[in-house]
Design a protein around this ligand. Structure first.
Ligand code: FAD
Ligand code: NAG
Ligand code: NAG
Ligand code: NAG
Length: 582
């Protein structure tokens, strides 16, 4: 036994270098494909519930997909698509009720057709962004913009309006590049209970189907308009944030792939200066973002333990900020994980092909190593467990919004070390106005925030009132819109009313799925068809299930009371009050 130990350790080290455990399936069934539960990639929906479904089906072809929809439609059974990893944080991938059918697109992952001359690519909807980008590049083509994480499926990322960052050309959202799709919807008996609808570029329903929250039917195939593969050149420029309100709009106009990583605690911004360059420009840069790399399980758990201790009241703000600043510096020295050649970072600019620069996610690349390493949020280990809010504010209002956030910051900059994940900061990205009914109605800036989530219901966060105030301010004072695939539940209250074309979307939904088979309790609440996305009960505001209107919605026994925001007085947030009630 003793003699085996060094060998096992050596093997472990080797495995850490070469592999990682791919994420578990979000759907688990007790009997083959029957009696299933559904969760997301984090193993936890916003309300901490697990959904149930009668069964799951894995179609491999469009024909099998049609048969699956027809069988459910014939039995008037609820239906919902789940994807290979299901990353959406709200309960989007749960069928209604407890006895619905899940259609997995995990095996619908092939390229259907590439027309290099016309620069068109048709793929099956379950294809991961990673595979799509690779297949396009092999044909000399590139998707000009995409989310930064390549573990998403094309069907899932379209359904939630997912995006990267750009105000140039068609913009940062992937749905802007969709020029056709095939969607399977329920149909009357005389049509065999299911039909394939083919929507070309000029079909009016395409504006409903390209951002659909999954409630119209199952998208079978997607056709994207691509561009010749190009290179880009990236430099992160660090500056003070005193003129951020003036810079935020011009920066997006100046650089095609601009974004901003704002660290209000020390008043700095990492401006991403990122533009196309001629393909002859030397460089073979690679985006291998640190946060999307496989991490040794021990390190991931250790980081969570450290975070939990930072959440305890006996760690001072100064100590918290010092720890955060160390990690920010380390990350910046490594260019966030970009390398000049796929191996090491030697200096800016990082020049590389679009398909190597646009997205990352090596922690899903496997092969299996028995959980020695994994994505840091893998639900099988007690690793990172966070909330992720993403909401957009119209470009025209962005400067005033930033100024308001700076006012909150000026009260106590240290709040931004723990109230948000200070290592990640506030990430600002650009998204253009869309013709999609559930896309952004105006050119917008999207703010993405990661922050601590307790594993226990109702346990407050340190400076939990910080994000709550910023979010309520963005959504209510600045008319902001929540990302469909992120956020806590309260953010969706009233969201649909801010979409001028929501009624047109609902008309298409009524035509495609009149019985609402693809609708769930959650989608009905979000679309304001039935019920409200908020839940009012003890501790609901701590959980983000409601905006507090009573102290009991916070955690008064732990010193958290429902109070107005500090700058945006109309906000109602759970604030820690040292002397009871004051
Ligand atoms: C680590 C990480 C990084 C992220 N980075 C970004 C980012 O950079 N930018 C961004 O905008 N978002 C980002 N997101 C959020 C992400 O875009 C959304 O959560 C996205 O919807 C998830 O896609 P998915 O393939 O996992 O879909 P799922 O979560 O499985 O599904 C989303 C919805 O789409 C429906 N659906 C899926 N496929 C189909 C289909 N074929 N037909 C009909 N309906 C379908 C599902 O039923 C569900 O309602 C990130 C999320 C994570 C976890
Ligand atoms: C169905 O799954 C649940 C767990 O999700 C389990 O408790 C139950 O026993 C299962 N039912 C059957 C009939 O197997
Ligand atoms: C499709 O999925 C299968 C099974 O997960 C996998 O082996 C295959 O490599 C994938 N194909 C593509 C083109 O991504
Ligand atoms: C904070 O308090 C907890 C519980 O009393 C204790 O376990 C921990 O060691 C303390 N941490 C510090 C840094 O004092």
């Amino acid at each position: 036994m003793e003699s085996l130990l060094p060998l096992l350790i050596a093997l472990g080290v080797l495995l850490q270098l070469c592999c990682c455990s791919p994420p578990p399936s979000p759907v688990v069934c007790t009997h083959g494909n029957v009696n299933c539960t559904v969760t997301n990639a984090y193993g936890s929906f916003t309300d901490r519930s697990i959904c149930h479904a009668a069964n799951i089906i894995y179609p491999r072809t469009e024909q099998e997909l049609v048969a699956a929809v027809a069988a459910a439609a014939c039995a008037k059974r609820k239906l919902k698509v789940a994807t290979k990893h299901s990353h959406s944080i709200p309960k989007l991938s749960c069928p209604g009720g407890r006895h619905g059918t899940i259609i997995s697109t995990a095996r619908l992952n092939q390229t259907v057709h590439i027309d290099a001359a016309k620069r068109l690519m048709t793929v099956e909807s379950g294809m991961l962004l990673r595979d799509l980008i690779t297949a396009a590049a092999a044909a000399g083509l590139a998707l000009p913009n995409s989310p930064y994480w390549y573990g998403l499926s094309i069907g899932g990322l379209l359904a939630t309006g997912a995006h990267g960052s750009s105000l140039w050309g068609k913009g940062g959202a992937v749905h802007e590049y969709v020029v056709g799709l095939r969607i399977v919807t329920p149909a009357p008996a005389i049509k065999g209970f299911a039909v394939v609808r083919e929507l070309g570029a000029d079909h009016p329903d395409l504006d409903a189907a390209k951002v659909s929250l999954g409630v119209l039917g199952v998208i079978s195939q997607v056709t994207l308009a691509l561009e010749p593969l190009f290179k880009r050149s990236l430099t992160f420029v660090k500056r003070g944030d005193s003129d951020l309100a003036d810079q935020v709009v011009p920066w997006g106009l100046l650089h095609e792939f601009a974004d901003l990583e704002w660290h209000p605690q020390d008043g700095t911004v990492m401006y991403r200066q990122d533009d196309r360059v001629d393909v002859s420009t030397p460089g073979n840069g690679l985006n291998d973002l640190l946060i999307f790399r496989a991490s040794p399980t021990g390190r991931t758990i250790g980081a969570r333990v450290a975070e939990e201790s930072m959440q305890m009241k006996n760690v001072t703000d100064v100590a918290r900020c010092a720890a955060v600043q160390l990690q920010v510096s380390a990350k910046e020295q490594q260019a966030l994980g970009f390398t000049n050649d796929g191996v090491s970072f030697t200096g800016y600019p990082v020049v590389g092909y679009q398909h190597r620069m646009q997205a990352a996610g090596t922690c899903i690349d496997g092969p299996e190593d028995g959980l020695l390493t994994s994505c840091i949020w893998d639900p099988r280990i007690r690793g990172s467990f966070n909330y992720n809010s993403g909401f957009s504010v119209a470009i025209s209002k962005a400067p005033a919004f930033i100024t308001d956030v700076q006012r909150i910051r000026d009260l106590n900059p240290d709040m931004f070390c723990t109230g948000v994940d200070g290592r990640v900061g506030l990430v600002l990205r650009y998204v253009k106005a869309s013709s999609a009914y559930l896309g952004k109605p105006e050119d917008s800036i999207d703010l993405d925030i990661l922050y601590y989530r307790s594993r226990n219901y109702g346990t407050p966060r340190v400076y939990g009132d910080l994000v709550d105030e910023i979010e309520q301010m963005a959504l209510n004072k600045y008319g902001g819109l929540p990302h469909w695939g992120k956020n806590r539940d309260f953010a969706f209250d009233g969201a649909i009313a801010k979409y001028p074309k929501a009624d047109e979307f609902l008309l298409v939904k009524d035509r495609y799925d009149p019985d609402g088979l693809f609708s769930s309790e959650w989608s009905d609440q979000v679309l304001a068809i039935r019920g409200s996305p908020t839940v009012v009960k003890k501790g609901c505001a701590i959980e983000g299930l409601c905006v507090c209107s009573d102290d009991s919605h916070c955690a008064p026994e732990q010193g958290y009371f429902c109070r107005p925001g500090k700058v945006y007085r109309e906000a109602r947030v759970c604030s820690f009050i040292k002397e009871n009630g004051k």
